[in-house]
Ligand binder design. Sequence first.
Ligand code: HAM
Length: 445
Amino acid sequence: MARKKEKTKKIRLQTPRGMKDILPEEYPLWQWFFEKSKKVLEYYGFSRIETPIIEKAELFLRGHGKESELVQKEMYAFKTKEEADWLVLRPEGTAPIARAYLEHGFFNLPQPVKLYYFGPFFRHERPQFGRYRQFYQLGYEILGGDQPILDAEVILIGKAILNEIGFKDKEIQIFLNSIGCSKCRKKYLKVLKKFYRSNIKKVCSECQLRYKKNPLRMLDCKSVKCQSIKEKAPSFLDFLCENCSNHFRQVLSYLDSLGIDYYLDKTLVRGLDYYTKTVIEFNIEAHNKELSVGGGGRYDELIKVLGRIDKPAVGMAFGVERILEIIKSRKIKIETEKPEIFLIQIGPRAKEEALKLLERFRKSNIPVSANLSKDNLKDQLKLADRLGVNYCLILGQQEINDGMIILKDMISGIQENLPLERIEEEIKKRLGARVIVKGSETSNN
Ligand code: HAM
């Protein structure tokens, strides 16, 4: 029987739509951003936490609501053979952190608990510049505290991180609003629905659906059709209950006393459905306003919804790609560590010795570069030149026989013969006892 010829479509192997590789030449920038942010967050008492990339779908169904746009449209959900539950690639970090806070009994620790995270998130959105299906966030959360000063601290830290990576105060735009608590929201939604009822035919089809399911999100609509109506919508700030109004006033008062500028934006509701009271958005001036670089707010009811423990919380997250795209477009110079020494080896015995030497240097915290696949002096000197090192170590058959190694000063061109046995000491002397440890310069005395 003739076998039916199977038609195989050749699939081009590349990253899935909306996802990108982080290439080696980009990585120092990512690392730089992470190190700068980490320094600010750890100064303010945050500890790092990482939750799994996969969570049970139920976490987001409960945390955001079944009808939320995140759950309805944006989650990557799947079932494996063994799992009875639906699993999802985490679309955001706050619900997983709230889950971890409950799961590990962090509510028994002195409150509030301050946590930060850095990792990939996944949303099935229409990809475009600045909007990806896999993107990284740097997020930080203060859990177990309801004081307005914590909202101000979250905002202050957001600004400090942007300052630390080179953005000036005047280009950092902070947008704020309050969307109240469940009590005052009921009252506001009535008024909002009444306003939109008379304009329902003028809004986009998406907003006509939102009108029934989640009218607050109508204020978040980006469609051109809805903009002029949105601007006339009543402001939540006029309908806040006394408690929410006092809370927001105090947040603003802290920011005023810190000299932090902000804009009040009555249409700011943020895309996620767990927010209460303060909502926050960070932008960089002259950058596409729709692509906020960071966002967050207070979520006083999320932990209760997930675990029946009443613990208010506040936090925010930065979109790392969006920030780094701005940094790249501005050609902001970042400080990266460059090696100061290049090890050149000539001949098979020197190659073997070079492997041992590199390991000795690593143990002594002396950063030395080498390319062991190269054999001749010229090629290796060229590499050293490209790296811009100050010294080259040269090891050949003769040097091994004599138990010596050549140290060449790349600026003066002067060469010295040094004993191989004590080379670490000699190098440290010449580097002025500076030894690089974990990216920071420390003295080795
Ligand atoms: P979010 O506003 O959905 O909030 O995202 C925070 C930031 O992540 C955005 O401002 C944006 O810079 C970046 N981002 C979001 N979606 C994408 C995407 N598709 N592509 C590229 N970047 C994106 C949250 O996720 C909350 N969990 C933040 C939070 C923390 N709220 C309280 N605590």
